[in-house]
Structures are given as C-alpha cells and as structure tokens.
Design a protein around this ligand. Structure first.
Ligand SMILES: Cc1cc2nc3c(=O)[nH]c(=O)nc-3n(C[C@H](O)[C@H](O)[C@H](O)COP(=O)(O)O)c2cc1C
Length: 211
C-alpha cells in the first residue's frame, strides 16, 4: 500500500531535508504542511504568503523525485493564489484544507484552553469551507486537488469530488468513526455510483461545475 508522508519545517531547507528523508524511507509522495495554525511563526504564518508557498515548493521539488503536495491554509482571503503559487513552484497536487483558525476559552480558568491561544477547528463544521476552497481552486488551477475537512461519510466525500477533488483525506472522521471510516466511505461512494449509473468515480469529479 502506498504511504504518503507529511512534513513541517521552519524554512525551505528544513522542508527539503525532511522530504528527502521521507523519500529515503520509502514514502510514495510527500505532503508539505504549509498551513498548521497552531504554531507561532510556522505553518500557516509561512504558508499564507504565496511567495513562500512557491519558493518552498520549488526547493522541495528540486530535491526529491517523489510527487509533492503542498497543503494549503484556508485562513487567507484568496486560497486560489496559494494554489497557483504551489503550481508555479512545481507541485504535483495541492491539498485543501488545513484546519480553520479558532479559539476556545475555559470559563473556569478564564483563559484560552490552548497554550498558543489560537488553534485549528476541524471536523463537520469546516466541510462547507473546504468544499468551497476545492471548488474555487479547481476552476483556476490545473493540477489535481486533494480535498480534506469534515469528511466522515461517502456523501461528504462526494461533495469534495464533485467540487473537483481527485482524492480525499480523512482526519477527524477517524476519531469519530474509528479506522472503519475508510471502508465505509468507499462503500458509500460505490453504492452512490451504482445507484446513479456511473461506471467510475472519475465521472463525478468536478460534476458540480457543469451547472
Ligand atoms: C489532532 C489533529 C492533528 C493534526 N495534525 C496535522 C499535521 O500534523 N499536519 C497537517 O498537515 N495537518 C494536520 N491536521 C489537520 C488535518 O490533517 C486536516 O487538514 C483538518 O483536521 C481537516 O480535516 P478533518 O476535518 O477531516 O479533520 C491535524 C488535525 C487534527 C484535528
């Protein structure tokens, strides 16, 4: 089974070094996490600037031979500009989206519950944001999009596929539904395709753009 690694660094050199290690240890592809909202000065703070996305992508692309997938932050005005920058830097696909900047406060402690104060919201609540981002990217950028955010059923995944995603990731859905979520989602997609007379999942990718 192919394994896709995911790396996180403070600058282009660190991303390239870690991506190289992923390749050395047998990863089939590597995701560049340019979007984590939890760490000050890292992640989304680097990846919110299209120039950084392009230069980091370019540096990693030049140092590994496996496909690379920059993972984008939704916490910007224009995620399409980030996807475009990734494409110009040589990305093989982009991943959308990482979690949405959010905060929770403990009324008892009268303080934010996270040490970084602001963290990332994931799960069902962010699915419409993720679907919108994939839809916008697919219209403007020609490299494949991997959709993620709030998927825990086949119908959730189909929304991403119809927005233009060629593949999907599941994060919080594993915590809610356990590892069986993957086979359930695949089964529900297959059942949908059969009910609707589709021979391949490829027939529904981007379907929502034809209206
Ligand atoms: C506990 C937790 C840890 C995460 N760690 C990472 C990470 O290391 N790298 C990354 O790119 N995204 C990370 N994410 C973001 C997820 O991969 C995903 O983009 C986001 O949670 C939305 O998907 P979901 O709703 O299916 O969880 C993490 C999310 C959660 C909830």
């Amino acid at each position: 089974m192919p394994v896709i690694g995911s790396v996180f660094g403070k600058d282009a050199g660190e991303y390239a070094d870690l991506a190289g290690k992923m390749e050395e240890y047998g990863a089939s592809a590597v995701e560049l996490n340019l979007s984590c909202p939890h760490a000050e000065g890292l992640g989304h703070e680097i990846g919110a600037d299209p120039n950084n996305v392009e230069s980091i992508t370019q540096e990693v692309k030049g140092s590994v031979s496996i496909p690379i997938f920059p993972k984008l932050t939704p916490n910007v005005k224009d995620i399409v500009a980030l996807a475009d920058a990734a494409s110009k830097g040589g990305a093989d696909a982009v991943v959308a989206i990482n979690s949405v900047r959010a905060m929770a406060i403990s009324p008892d402690a009268k303080m934010p519950i996270l040490a970084n104060k602001i963290g990332g919201l994931s799960g069902t609540a962010i699915r419409p944001i993720g679907v919108r981002c994939v839809y916008e990217i697919w219209k403007e950028v020609s490299i494949p999009v991997i959709g993620v955010g709030g998927i825990s059923s086949g119908m959730d995944a189909l929304q991403y596929l119809m927005a233009g995603a060629s593949a999907v990731q599941i994060g919080s859905g594993v915590w809610i539904g356990g590892p069986g979520v993957f086979s359930n989602v695949c089964k529900e997609i297959e059942e949908f395709l059969e009910r609707n007379g589709h021979k391949s999942v490829k027939e529904v990718i981007g379907a929502a753009h034809s209206c």
